[in-house]
Design a protein around this ligand. Structure first.
Ligand code: IMP
Length: 395
């Protein structure tokens, strides 16, 4: 059993990490975000009620958990206060006891949002000021949360602490920590499809830099991958479907951006890409989400290679030129017609759905520990418990 778990996106974000974090948070003591800002959008559905969180960790909906916004984030104070108010209006308790913001996180200023809107259109950013805020951080001209609250009488003040000390002390006390990643591996500034990426590290290294902990404190790396692929914004996408099948998946999977409302681009599952993500993150196990969305398709394809000119490429590349000029090589599997959203056990899934999951596992050479068949907490099939938290309370 793992004590501390990192949840990392294996594709272009929107893999369904929010739901999985919310599901795992039940057995965690601490939920800590380590990268990004309000470019993220985690949609959680509990008891038919939908909550979208952009900045606050997804553990906030559980009572008695500590939620941390780490130093690796960029924080828009207005958005944060608005999110706190919204949650409170919906009866969720948010206090300086259950939400803590790092004094070393950086502030997104008005000028960053303006600049993002004006200069970064071609990248299809979320226009929330994320990139310009990180640019100022790297240029040593940024504003840290601590400096901001010292200069402004901000309602943020009571939430701000030294989260590095805090999280290390919680880990030392054997508390169970869930590290919540935003975006996905292919949007990582170092390991993604640069320049069509976000401006932080969405990969597992970001856990250490974005929270100030050592790598050995991460016991289990869960890679979250959707049973197909989606991408918002610009950039290469070899398995993109521009046909009726893509539209069908978009509609059934409700693939519209939770931050911007933009329709997401849709494509088949790309095994090369996810194998690469598994490598970069040292992924111990995979959470495969939205399998239910693929019900009703006669044939389902998995990309197992790229044809570039006359060559077949078997390893993923972040070379945008190659990705843009490659044809995917597919393996075709038979689909299933049954609605699987009420299935409670893996071996009760239709044979072809089981085969699809097993084939992904084989291609990625990483075991699948969870399959998600719907947005609700109870639509979650557990295949392997050893990568997850012990459900007993921590001492
Ligand atoms: P930025 O993070 O706003 O700078 O946007 C950079 C790229 O990352 C754009 O293609 C965005 O659409 C994408 N992006 C940023 N955050 C998310 C996310 O949480 N999910 C999916 N895509 C995202």
């Amino acid at each position: 059993m793992a004590k501390n778990i990192a949840v990392i996106g294996m594709q272009f974000g929107d893999e369904g990490k929010g739901k999985i974090i919310d599901f795992l948070a039940e057995d965690a003591d601490v939920i800590a975000r380590f990268n990004g800002g309000n470019n993220a959008g985690h949609t959680l559905k509990v008891n038919d009620k939908e909550t979208i969180l952009h900045l606050i960790p997804s553990g906030i909906l559980h009572k008695g958990k500590i939620n941390i916004i780490g130093n690796g984030l960029v924080v828009d104070p207005n958005v944060l206060m608005e999110e706190i108010e919204n949650l409170r209006n919906n009866g969720v308790k948010v206090t300086p006891d259950n939400l803590i913001v790092s004094e070393n996180a950086h502030i997104i200023l008005e000028k960053h949002i303006r600049e993002d809107k004006e200069k970064n259109k071609h990248l299809g950013t979320t226009a929330r000021g994320i990139g310009p805020a990180y640019t100022d951080k790297a240029a040593r001209s940024g504003v840290r949360v601590i400096d901001y609250i010292n200069k402004n009488k901000s309602p943020l003040n009571p939430f701000v602490k030294n989260t590095t000390l805090m999280i290390n002390s919680l880990i030392d006390k054997n508390k169970k920590v869930l590290f919540e990643g935003a975006q996905g591996t292919l949007l990582d500034i170092d390991h993604g499809t640069y320049p069509y990426v976000t401006s932080s590290n969405a990969t597992v290294g970001g856990v250490c830099t974005g929270l100030g902990i050592g790598p050995k404190k991460v016991d289990s790396v869960l890679g979250v991958a959707k049973a197909y692929t989606s991408r918002v914004g610009s950039g290469p996408f070899p398995t993109e479907l521009k046909d009726r099948t893509g539209e069908k998946i978009r509609e059934i999977g409700k693939e519209f951006g939770s931050t911007t409302g933009r329709p997401r681009r849709i494509g088949w599952f790309d095994a090369l890409m996810c194998k690469y993500s598994g490598m970069v993150n040292g992924t111990d196990s995979i959470v495969l989400t939205k399998l239910d969305v693929l019900s009703g398709l006669e044939q389902i394809k998995i990309c197992v290679g790229y044809k570039h000119n006359t060559k077949i490429i078997k390893d993923f590349t972040t070379n945008v030129g190659i990705l843009e000029n490659s044809e995917p090589v597919y393996e075709e599997l038979n689909g299933w017609m049954e609605d699987i959203s009420d299935v409670k056990k893996f071996d009760e899934l239709p044979q072809n759905a089981q085969k699809y999951v097993k084939r992904i596992e084989e291609l990625l050479e990483v075991p699948v520990c969870i399959v998600s068949v719907g947005p609700e907490r109870n639509q979650t099939l557990i295949l392997k418990k050893e990568f997850l938290f012990d459900s007993k309370p921590s001492k």
